[in-house]
Structures are given as C-alpha cells and as structure tokens.
Design a protein around this ligand. Structure first.
Ligand SMILES: [Zn+2]
Length: 215
C-alpha cells in the first residue's frame, strides 16, 4: 500500500508517518532523508546528488524521482509513505508515471485538513526543553510554573526559529501556492480522503487507519 500524506507544515504529517511506520511496517520516503542517505551511499545517484548540493543548487525533480525509483526497487513490506514529495503537479504526474512503470499504484492520498489560524496559534506556542527535548505548548501543555522541565528538571527552553509566526506564514503560503493544487488533482482521480488534522493525535490516527483499511 502506497500513500501520500498531504497537508501544510505543522499539520502533524511527521507524527502520523512515524506511527504508520511502527504500526504497519510502512517505509517513510522523506525527500530530505533520501537526499542525505544518497549523499553518504556513494552510488552513482548519490554522487550526482552530492555534486548538485555542493554547488548549492536545487535538486531537480528528476533526481528525486530517481531516488524514489531506487527505493521502490528495494521494496517495503507495508508499502511506502511519500512525505514532502510530490509538492507540485508536475511532480505528482512524474510520481504516477514512476509507480505505473514499476507495476505499482498510489492507494490513498490523505489530506490532513487544518484551520490556518488555529495552526499558526498552535505552532507558535511550541517550545522544547533544551535538556531532553520534551515538547511544551503555551496553550495545551505549558512549561511548569517553577520553570523546570517535568522530565529532566532542565530550565532552558527553546523555541524553534522556524516556529516564529512570520516564517510559518511564509511556509503556509508556499504550500497554498504550489502544493494545495494537488488536493484537487487527487480528488479528481478519486484518490483523496480528508482527515481532521487538528484533532487529537489518536483520533487522527483512527481516521487514517479507517481510510487505509477501507483499502
Ligand atoms: Zn527536559
């Protein structure tokens, strides 16, 4: 079973992907991870990736498709989760063609639907403990009044630089401009299912499981 998780940054795609990897033996194909792996692999493709990145250029769709092709050939018992790719309609077409050429298909595209304003408020409220990485949230799980991490007792907390509101809004705009057309694209193909990305993690998981089990 091959699926795409679609949704803006902060919608919880990573959390759900990790769960699917653990519970269903799926393999998560994240573009960033694939590029890092390729670099250190020393394969022909890896050398090309390294050369492009070392020149400070953007990795082309063709290269990413090539990396995905390698992974598809290795296979995965539970199937693949595409994470961060496709991001554009051209990439969606390319992925469809690649899967078809390997005798595979996309089984589901899951849109993690969120309300932008709620998402921005939720993400900018996040901070993590500098000692143990425990995640706090001003609204739902504030840092204790004594200023000490409940897990490790640490007193230093960090907010991720890219969690600040302006950069988050920029990434959201990028998503709406380039990636959200994929929602219409997959809807038209009858492959789209939407889940409430702002629900509790367990509730989102149950919704996603229902989509996958409907198969
Ligand atoms: Zn801590």
């Amino acid at each position: 079973m091959n699926i795409i998780l679609l949704g803006p940054p902060g919608a919880g795609k990573g959390t759900q992907a990790r769960r699917l990897v653990e519970e269903r033996g799926m393999v998560q194909l994240s573009t960033g991870d694939m590029l890092r792996d390729a670099r250190s692999s020393g394969t022909e493709m890896g050398k090309r990736v390294a050369a492009v990145m070392d020149r400070g250029e953007l990795v082309t769709d063709e290269i990413v498709i090539g990396l995905i092709a390698e992974k598809l050939e290795q296979g995965a018992e539970g199937g693949f989760i595409f994470d961060g790719f496709p991001r554009t309609l051209a990439q969606a077409d390319a992925l469809g063609e690649l899967l078809a050429s390997k005798g595979q298909k996309l089984d589901a595209v899951i849109e993690m639907r969120v309300d932008d304003e709620v998402l921005v408020a939720r993400i900018t409220a996040r901070s993590t403990c500098g000692g143990c990485g425990e995640v706090y949230n001003d609204q739902t799980k504030p840092i204790p009044a004594d200023g000490k991490c409940t897990k490790c007792g640490g007193t230093e907390f960090k907010r991720r630089a890219d969690d600040n509101e302006e950069s988050l809004r920029q990434r959201l705009m990028e998503y709406y401009k380039k990636t959200s057309p994929l929602i219409g694209y997959y809807y038209a193909k009858g492959q789209l299912s939407a889940v409430d990305g702002l629900a509790e993690i367990e509730a989102v998981a149950a919704e996603i499981n229902a989509v996958l089990d409907k198969g």
